[in-house]
Design a protein around this ligand. Structure first.
Ligand code: FES
Length: 227
């Protein structure tokens, strides 16, 4: 986990990203039933040491900030900063436990593919179901869902290097949040640290009710970063 990689949420303004964090784009790939199955990388932006990403949804140069927020954007950070483990509900299965903090949901829908993860967790004594369950939970963009190994008591998630991706959701014909991977440090506009997590979904449509995190509003309003 790099200590240089850092996101600062600026007051009613963009995300300031420092530490040469790679920036790319990923898109939700679906199966023949239209269910989310994997994140597909669809491109990279030029590497920069420091950059500012639009948070208000109004920039004419997305994903970068062009100062459009100055026209009037209330970016007040309202998300609860209590640790994830305190806020998440626990559902215990035979082999894995599912932690679930619903207000972080970014509506990427990997949890609903096959059976839902809430059904599957009770059947994780079956290795085949357990493998599918872990795959779905690992694809949860926001870190709403975390699987805990009942043997070790440790979370099961792929270790990733710091990276930020703009996201696209072709099945819902909309663009999605910033997918932040790799435990990038994040600091509020008032200097408070957010809990470091290996997955976070940050709102970039400007409409979330749980800023700075995405709450799925971009799907409901059909927000596009091409507009
Ligand atoms: S990007 Fe998801 S609510 Fe704004």
């Amino acid at each position: 986990m790099s200590d240089d990689a850092k996101i600062t949420v600026t007051e009613d303004g963009p995300y300031k990203v420092e530490g040469r964090v790679p920036l790319g784009e990923q898109s939700i790939a679906v199966n023949e039933r239209g269910e989310s199955i994997e994140w597909q990388p669809t491109g990279d932006f030029e590497q920069r040491k420091t950059y500012f990403l639009c948070r208000c949804g109004m920039s004419g140069n997305k994903p970068f900030c062009d100062n459009s927020h100055a026209e009037g954007f209330d970016g007040t950070e309202v998300a609860d900063r209590a640790p994830y483990a305190e806020q998440a509900k626990r559902l215990e299965g035979p082999r894995f436990t599912l932690l679930d903090q619903e207000d972080l949901c970014a509506l990427a829908r990997f949890c609903d593919t096959h059976q839902t993860v809430w059904d599957e967790v009770e059947k994780t004594g079956d290795p085949e179901v357990a493998a599918i369950f872990l795959d779905q939970v690992s694809n949860c963009v926001s870190g709403r869902l975390v699987a805990i190994d009942n043997v070790t008591g440790e979370p099961v998630h792929p270790q990733r290097d710091p990276r930020i991706s703009t996201t696209q959701d072709p099945a819902e014909e909309c663009s999605g949040p910033l997918y932040v991977e790799g435990g990038v440090r994040m600091v509020s506009a008032h200097g408070e640290n957010y809990e470091r997590r290996n997955r976070m979904a940050l709102c970039r449509c400007g409409q979330s009710g749980n800023k700075p995190f995405c709450d799925g509003t971009h799907v409901k309003i059909g927000w596009s970063d091409k507009d």
